[in-house]
Design a protein around this ligand. Structure first.
Ligand code: CP
Length: 301
């Protein structure tokens, strides 16, 4: 694996290999060391979880981390991202963890990169993909529920604009979950799906679900004709005690974060006994260790 851009690039075997490696790291206190590897973070959009967990993952593997302060970089003088990356690569940086608002920019950068020792990691591009989030979510589901092919999984919220949902959809298709429900008001439903069933009924979607994944209401990504009244959203789609009672009693409740508490998810659910939201965050470090290690090992092949 030279780059980590999209779930579509991974086979089912590669997905389980990353999950197993991440689960292994979680049981260890001493990790392999890759001190020759230099990892740069380029976050053109805000982030707490993804940025910090990639940096912690690299630090755990004794990689060198370079956090590019884009506010004070030569971006402000008009340098384009391709030149920024070539410049940093010339200084010896091999791994670039990139978050950007432009869909498919990490892929475009990878396509233009002819040096086999350079690795591009997609840390979230626009509304397109967030593959490391999907991988840590899969890891968490495997950890809590074991056999993915026996599960009914429900994703609730603004699926149309969610890069997390996009990547999860491809991941669930690859590992063949038993049933995938995509629940959203019509204005936030995906235009087409290759896997899963779309419904606007929360009750139908959550009925007997093993896993419930709430998405953030991404107000910053909505055009004026894509708005949905938040009071209505809460009434019909929020993860509340009454609504999650439609899922199985032992269903796990997930959310990629950041959460809008008491909008798409009630605090008593986010902090309740079925919530695995902080497990997701914790697993993010181990999954990102597995991703960085796999990229680093590609250099030795
Ligand atoms: N889930 C996620 O991508 O969170 P951050 O925006 O904090 O990285």
């Amino acid at each position: 694996m030279q780059h980590f851009i999209d779930i579509n690039q991974l086979s089912e075997t590669q997905i389980y290999s990353l999950i197993n490696r991440a689960l292994y790291f979680k049981t260890q206190s001493i990790y392999p060391k890759y001190p020759q590897c230099k990892v740069a973070s380029l976050f053109y959009e805000n982030s707490t979880r993804t940025r910090v967990s990639f940096e912690l993952a690299a630090t755990n593997l004794k990689m060198q981390t370079i956090n590019i302060d884009l506010q004070h970089s030569s971006e402000s003088k008009g340098e384009i991202i391709f030149d920024t990356i070539n410049t940093l690569a010339a200084m010896g940086i091999q791994v670039f963890v990139i978050r950007h608002k432009q869909n498919e920019l990490p892929q475009a950068i990878a396509n233009g990169c002819h040096d086999q020792s350079i690795h591009i990691v997609n840390a979230g591009d626009g509304t397109h993909a967030h593959p490391s989030q999907a991988m840590l979510d899969l890891m968490t589901i495997v950890e809590k529920k074991t056999v993915l092919s026996q599960l009914k999984i429900a994703i609730v919220g603004d699926i149309r604009h969610s890069r997390v949902a996009n990547s999860l959809l491809h991941a669930f298709e690859r590992v063949k979950v038993k049933e995938l429900m995509l629940i959203a008001p019509e204005v936030w439903q995906p235009e087409s799906v290759s896997y899963g069933r779309v419904t606007s009924s929360l009750q139908e979607g959550l009925s007997q679900a093993d896993v419930v994944i709430g998405l953030r209401v991404q107000r910053e990504r909505l055009e004026s004709n894509e708005q949905f009244d938040l009071t209505c959203y809460r009434k019909y789609y929020a993860l509340t005690r009454d609504h999650i009672a439609w899922a199985k009693a032992d269903a796990i409740i997930m959310h990629p974060g950041p959460m809008n508490r008491d909008i798409e998810i009630d605090s008593e659910i986010a902090d309740g006994s079925q919530s695995v939201i902080l497990d997701q965050v914790k697993n993010g470090v181990f999954m990102r260790m597995a991703i960085l290690e796999t990229l680093q090992l590609a250099n030795q092949m």
